[in-house]
Ligand binder design. Structure first.
Ligand code: GDP
Ligand code: IMO
Ligand code: MG
Length: 473
């Protein structure tokens, strides 16, 4: 793994000097001299604490890249979102889709953490654990869950559905997993947390009050009231299965860092689904951008070394909302190839050209140090590839994604065309094996976004991943 970039500031001193105790592993190497690049606390062999974010509208291939990077990490943390996420990993042709459990679970000897910022449905989480175990994946002491994580209940799902019906043609196109209403309860301070579920009497009392209020709302909307007894029984049953995993994950992560362990934060959703920075209201209900990893885990910003942004070589979006570069012909082509169907809901994803204006903004919000480009092979058969480099809004050229969705809707992309490579990239294992036009294309994307290219992915498999060192800075 390349050395941490954030560990070294341009002023010439290593930021880890601020760390107490220093986040170091003994590499057995001679001590490095303090200087502009290294200090005694800096070990170039150790992986940096890394936040991985989706830099588009989700489904960028985060799960695949997390699985790849986990080889070098000790701990993988989910810090936001819920089972609206669907992260796909393909190992030796076998496909796994993870929703709540970090993608690191598929590698032996790694610890996975579900942080306080996640909203979790205990029944669905138990199902996911059992599903993995049935396929021979160990889920035991390698999984820790924060007692501070808020719970998703059937009334959240019912409200999610009802609100979509009420919105009619303005619906968001949610995953109907109850994510919005669950985060709504958290913000309204009416949520129930996993730690509450661990205390049966307290849980029963809290649930009773919440069911009473929510059944009144649901029936007023014409929906059926929920069966309180059944929910209580299902959740208390799940509680006993989850109990061994529940802990103070903040303390765990800080202890681990003090012992020199490396953390990989697995972002869910994508930048333009962020509740603050996305195409509101066509967003999810959490901070999907880099800052969310800190609030959702209790790891402070100065312990983060690097941010990796993951993009597809084109763009996809599931659900409603503006999508300036959407292109029906490209959608048809990708769907005909059997690609771009949602990992959680199975919905066909909307597809379009790469939007460099949007991803440049994403770089601003996340501070992307390293770029991973996935699904390059999706463009293998395209003769002329378009990339959006500006928008025309009401006749005026702009180079920043507008804040208001009605303005984003009116944006007409200004494209730059790139010649395709018209040959398969799927078997390339080294950067030099990629066709020259493919290299030009990915390098142009990195340059347009203003960041450094570090990974190119040419297929869903673990082995279809090309790591670059020091290319295009
Ligand atoms: P995530 O939510 O960001 O983890 O992404 P998803 O798993 O929802 O969707 C990404 C899809 O692209 C999955 O089907 C992956 O298996 C697949 N994928 C990831 N990288 C590549 C790639 O480089 N090429 C191809 N063909 N598929 C890829
Ligand atoms: P991963 O982690 C793509 C979308 C939904 C909808 C909007 C709000 O796999 O990238 P929600 O159920 O969260 O209230 O839905 O957000 N959405 C995603 N789109 N990938 C995801 O996760 C998504 N999670 C939510 O389709 O448009
Ligand atoms: Mg996904």
């Amino acid at each position: 793994m390349r050395p941490a970039r954030r560990g070294v500031n341009p002023g010439g001193f290593c930021l880890c000097q601020r760390r107490e105790p220093p986040n170091v592993v003994n590499s057995g190497q001679p001590a490095l001299t303090a200087g502009p690049e290294f200090c005694k606390n800096f070990d170039s062999n150790r992986m940096a604490n890394t936040i991985l974010v989706g830099a588009q509208w989700g489904d960028e291939g985060k799960g695949k890249i997390i699985d790849y990077l986990t080889d070098d990490a000790d701990i993988v943390v989910r810090s936001q979102g819920g089972n609206n996420a669907g992260h796909t990993i393909v190992i030796d042709g076998e496909k796994f889709v993870l929703h709540l459990i970090p993608s690191g679970i598929l590698r032996r000897g790694k610890i996975c953490v579900i942080g306080n910022g996640v909203v979790l449905d205990p029944v669905s989480l138990v199902g996911e654990i059992e599903g993995l175990r049935a396929r021979g994946i160990k889920v035991g002491k390698n999984l820790l869950i924060s007692g501070g994580a808020h719970l998703v209940f059937p009334y959240h799902r019912a409200l999610d559905e009802q609100r979509e019906v009420l919105k009619g043609k303005n619906k968001i196109g949610t995953t109907k997993r109850g994510i919005g209403p669950a985060y709504g309860d958290k913000a309204a301070r009416t949520g129930i947390r996993l730690a509450d579920l661990m205390n049966t009497a307290l849980f029963r009392a809290k649930l009773k009050a919440r069911i009473k209020e929510n059944n009144a709302v649901l029936t007023s909307l014409g929906a059926k009231p929920l069966n309180a007894k059944k929910i209580e029984a299902d959740y208390l049953q799940a509680a006993e299965i989850l109990r061994p995993f529940v802990t103070n994950t903040v303390v765990f992560l800080h202890d681990a860092m003090a012992r020199g362990k490396t953390i990989l934060f697995e972002g869910a959703q994508g930048t333009f689904l962020d509740i603050d920075h996305g195409t509101y209201p066509f967003v999810t209900s959490s901070n999907t951008t880099a800052g969310g990893a800190c609030t959702g885990s209790g790891v402070p910003p100065h312990r983060v070394d690097t941010v990796m942004g993951v993009i597809k070589a084109y763009t996809t979006r599931v659900g409603e909302g503006p999508f300036p570069t959407e292109d029906d012909a490209l959608s048809d082509r990708l769907h005909e190839m059997g690609r771009e169907f949602g990992a959680t809901t199975g919905r066909a994803r909307r597809c379009g050209w790469f939007d460099a204006v949007a991803v440049r903004y994403s770089n601003m919000v996340n501070g992307i140090d390293q770029l991973a480009i996935t699904n390059l092979d999706g463009l293998d058969g395209v003769a002329k590839i378009k990339v959006c480099v500006a928008y025309k809004l009401d006749g005026k050229k702009i180079t920043v994604l507008p804040t208001q969705v009605d303005e984003v809707e009116r944006c007409v992309p200004v494209y730059r065309e790139f010649p395709g490579w018209l040959t398969s990239t799927e078997t390339a294992t080294k950067y030099a094996e990629l066709p020259a036009n493919a290299r030009r294309y990915v390098e142009a994307l990195a340059e347009l976004i203003g960041t450094k290219l570090t990974i190119v992915s040419v297929g869903p498999g673990r082995e279809q991943t090309i790591r670059l060192q020091g290319k295009t800075s």
